[in-house]
Design a protein around this ligand. Sequence first.
Ligand code: ADE
Length: 260
Amino acid sequence: MRIDVVTIFPDYLAALDLSLVGKARRAGLLDLRVHDLRDWTTDRHRTVDDTPFGGGAGMVMRPDVWGQALDELLTDPAEAGAGDEAEADVPPVTRGAHLVVPTPSGEVFTQRRAEELATEDRLVIACGRYEGIDARVVERYRASGHRVSELSIGDYVLNGGEVAALVMVEAVGRLLPGVVGNPHSLVEESHGAAGLLEYPVYTKPPRWQDRDVPEVLLSGHHARIERWRRDRALERTAARRPDMIAALDPRQLDAHDRDL
Ligand code: ADE
């Protein structure tokens, strides 16, 4: 998969050289390119923003600068200029390119969204700053047939889309084949297919500061361990995320779950 991130703070994305995502990049599983939006400005001051029409606080990112950047990154060079049905000023749609715009006013970015995005060949993530990007940018790329997702990582406001882009690249990147060494660890985790939060986990030593690891986990009794983990996952989800319990399909519950 290829992911292009456009930002006025490329250094924010330096963390993507580290850990699993960094390893995936070096292994050629993820082609991640970070671009400075100011490289597409044409004025001496490399201006990317201006005051909002209609008044109000803050600045808005200019559509013309974003248009230059996204035309270049979303247009497949092999298709550019091909086909006479396209409007003169609208570049042809890249096969598979999906434009992602992190914004607190977007739909919520969930594990399901991460799974969907992980099936794409190409993502372009446009990081806004200030009060956001001129609304015509998203309209224009939708109108030319691009898939465009405006996504929020949660109900709080960050200073820009960069931290959200880090979150999205990591959540999507770890789903790419070969990135997580043991694919089984993707199956059992919170927000996975079971629709439950993950059970608590323990490691050595078996006794620490007068606290023992639950005995069943030392028993070697596989079925009892599985049952214990499922019960703890259900309890934890009910206490912390009643919304997830309410959303469970009754067919996801077994007879013992119903007694709990
Ligand atoms: N930009 C600012 N706040 C954000 C949020 N919560 N999610 C995504 N992008 C953002």
